[in-house]
Design a protein around this ligand. Sequence first.
Ligand code: B3K
Ligand code: ZN
Length: 898
Amino acid sequence: MREGTAPLIRREDYSAPAFWIKSVDLTFDLDPAKTLVINKMQLERNLDVPAQALRLHGEDLNLTRVLVNGESVSFRHEEGLLVIDSLQGVPAGPFTLEIRNTCAPEKNTHLSGLYTSGGGFFTQCEAEGFRRITYFLDRPDVMAVYTVTLRANKQQYPVLLSNGNLVEQGELDNGRHFAKWNDPFPKPSYLFALVAADLVAREQWVTTRSGKNHLLQVYVRRGDLDKTEHAMNSLIASVVWDEARFKLPLDLERFMIVAVGDFNMGAMENKGLNIFNTKYVLANPATATDSDYLGIESVVGHEYFHNWTGNRITCRDWFQLSLKEGLTVFRDQEFSMDMAGSASARAVKRIDDVRTLRLSQFPEDAGPMAHPVRPDSYVEINNFYTATVYDKGAEVVRMMQTLVGRDGFAHGMTLYFERHDGSAVTCDEFAQAIADANPQSELARLLPQFKRWYSQAGTPRVTARGRYDAPSRTYTLLLEQSCGSTPGQAEKQPFVIPIAMGLVARDGRALALQLEDEALPASGAYPQERVLVLSENREFFTFVNVDEEPVPSLLRGFSAPVTLADGLSDNDLLLLLQHDTDPFNRWEAGQRLALARLLAAVRGDGDLQLDQPFIGAMRGVLTHPTLDAAFKELLLSPPSEIYIAEQLESVDPQRVHAAREAMRMQLAQALRDDWAVAFEANQATGGYAPDPISVGKRGLANLALNMLCLDAVARGDTVWPGRAYQRFKDASNMTDRQGALWALLASHSELAEPALARFYELFKGEPLVIDKWFTLQATAPESGGRVFARVKALMNHPDFTIKNPNRARSLIAAVCMGNPAAFHRSDAAGYVFWADRVLELDGINPQLAARMARVMDRWSRLAEPYRSAAREAVSRVAAKPDLSSDVREIVTRALADA
Ligand code: B3K
Ligand code: ZN
C-alpha cells in the first residue's frame, strides 16, 4: 500500500517511457488465496530517450522469478518499483522478459487489481490496478498486444473471460479447465480485464453496416438473467447509434458486459470486456426505477463509446484523462438525447445534465479540489476522476460542437481518428483536429484562447446588461466575464464563451436578430436565435431594427459552463417562463424565481411567504394544457439544498433546509386541488415501459402524491396517506412503489413505518433494492434528529456491510451527501460519524474512503457552529499517521482552504 508521503506528480514532468512493451503473454493459475501469474513480455528500448535501467511498477505482489531472454538476472526494489539495471545497456531490438509472481485476490479489499466477489474473480485496472496483478510499465502510453490464458477449477469457475477473441479452450487435470484469449488491438494495461466465475449470459447477434456479425453478451449471476433485457437493448442501441452518428463500428467479433456486485464505481470500458457494477446492468420493472433504467442506458452507452474514444485512441498520460472522459460523457449525453426523441424530452435530458453539473462540478470548481479539466498535478490519480474532468470536460466538447456546428464536429471527429487511431495522445491534439477540420470556424480563429478551458480552473461569471435606445431602434448588450481565483491560479485570462441567445418581445414573440452592419443572410431572414462569442473581458453587441425593448434570453440550452448575472426582474423571468422558445431557459426562469425567494428567506429574518405571482406562475405550469409531464415536474421541483447553499457566502444548512421545506409545503397547500387533478391525470396505463412520456407521467404523479401527502399530514387528514399506502402495496413497478413510499416518508406519515417493513420483506433477497431501502431511510427529511439516529442504528443492521461499496454508499454517502439537514448538526455528531467512517473505510478501500472524504470539501463556507466543528473533524482524519495517500490528498487540500 502506498503511504501518506506519496509525491506530487506533475504534468510538466512527462517523459516518454525508456522501453516499449510490444506484446504480453499472461498465464493465470487462479486461486483466491494465491494466484500465480506468468508474464512473458516482448520489449524493446525506446531509442528516442537516453538509455536507462528498466523500472517496472508493482504493488502488493510476491515476485518469484525474473528472466531476460531466458536467463536469470539481478534486480532490486526501489520505491515500489522493480529495477533491472543490466537492461540499461541492452542492444536495440526486441528481447523477452519473463516474470513470475503471485497475488492474493481474496485479500484484495481495495477492489483494484485482481479481486474476488461473490465467489468469482474480477479485475479493475484503471487507473493503476494492473501493477497489483503483475510487474509492468503501468502507464497508458505503453500499448501492447495481449494473449491471456486462464486456468481454474471448472466447477467453481465455469466461465473464463478476457479481452478480445477466444482462441482456444479445454480441459486440464484435477477438475480444472482453461481458456485462451487474444486481443488483436494494442492497448494500455489499464484496459486489461479478466473474469472467472459462475455466470450465465444473455446473448444477441448483431450485424453492422459492413455486413459483419458480432456476438453481444451480458453476463450475470444465475437468477439475474430476467434483469438483463434493458442492458442488452441499450447495448444494441449504442452499437447502432455510434455507427449512424459518428460512423464508428464495433471492431471485435464479440463484445461482453459482465456485472459484479462489488465495484468501486459505475463501470469500466476494458477492451471487449466491460465490467459493470450490477447497479448499471440489472433491471426489471419490479426492482428498478425509471431513473435506474435511464442510468443503465447512459452507462452502457458510455462504456461502449469508450471503445473508440478511450480505447482506440487513448490518453498519453493521466493528466489527459478528459480526452477520453469528457468526450465520452459528451457522446453518452448526445446518445441519450437522440434516444429521447422529442424536443421536449431532449430538453429534459439537457436540464438533468446541467443540474448534475451545478450540483457537483460548480461546488468542486469553487472549493479546495478545484482543478483544470486537464489537471497540472496530482498525488493520487484516482482522486481526479472528478466532475470537472468528466462533466465540465463534456461541456468543453459541447462548446466546440456549438462553435463548429454539428456536422463540423462530426468531420472533426473523423479527422481525429484519421490522425490518431491506435495511439496515445493529448487534449491539445483533440482540439487541434476539431479546429483543423473547420478552418473557417470561430474555434479555429480562437483556438489557443479556447484551450484555456483545459488549463484554467474555476467557473467563469458572465454579467449582461442590456440598453434599449428607442430613437435608433437599437438594443445593445454589454457582456462581461470574470473568474475567481482557484488554488494555485490567482489570475485568469478571458475564456471563449459561446452564448446562445434570443430576444423576446413583451407579448412573447421571438424577435429577429440583426447585428449592426450585418447583411441579410442567404435564407432571406435574420435568425431568431444566434450564438454570440464572448472572448474579451467585455464586449458590446448591438442589434438593430428592434421595435421595442426586449427581454434577453441568454445562455440558451446552457451553451457554456458559466454562471450568468443578467439582472432580469421577476416580470422578465415570468415572461420567459411563459414564452421562451428555448425550453432550457424556460425551466431556468422558473428556477430563478424560486431561488430568489429561497435566498431572501435564508438571508433575511422572516419566514418564507410565497407571493401570488409566483404561486400563480407555478399553477400555470402545473395546469398547462400542452407542456409535457416530465417538464412540469422539473419546473415544479425547487432548486436543491446544495444548489441554494452554493449561492450563499456563509451557509447555515438548517436554514436552507427550513426555507426549502417551507416552499414545498406552501406549494402543496396553495395548489392542493391542482395536484389532485395532476395525480389523476398522469396515471401511466398499460405495461411498464421506460419511454419519456411514461417516465414523465410517473414522475409528475409521484411529485403530486408527495405534495398531497405533505399537505394532508399537516392538516391531520388521512385520506391521501391512505391512498399512498394502497398505491405502495399495489404498485406494479418500482417507480410507483418507491414514489409512494417516499411520499409517506417525506410527509412524516405514520404509515411510513409499516411501508418500510413491508418493503424490506418483499425485497430482502435483492441487494440493489435493499440499497434503496437503506437510502430512502437515510435521505428522509430530518425531524428532531430521528433520521440521523436511524442511520446510526442501521449501521448494525444484519444487511449492512461497509465492505460492499454500493451498500456503504447507500447509507453513509446517502446521509452525508444527500441529507444536509440530518448531517449538519449543531452537536457535530454528523461530522464525528463522517470522520469515523472515513477512517474505517480507509483501512479497507482507500479509493472509496477518499470519495467519502470529499463530503467535507465545502466546510469553510459553513456558518458557525458548523464550521469549527467540521474543521475539527477534517483535522482529526488528517492527523491519522498511516492514512492512505488517497485520503491524505483530499483532507490536506481541504484544510488548506481556511
Ligand atoms: N474509466 C472508468 C473509470 C475508472 C475509475 C478509476 N478510478 C469508467 C468510465 O469513466 O467509463
Ligand atoms: Zn468514462
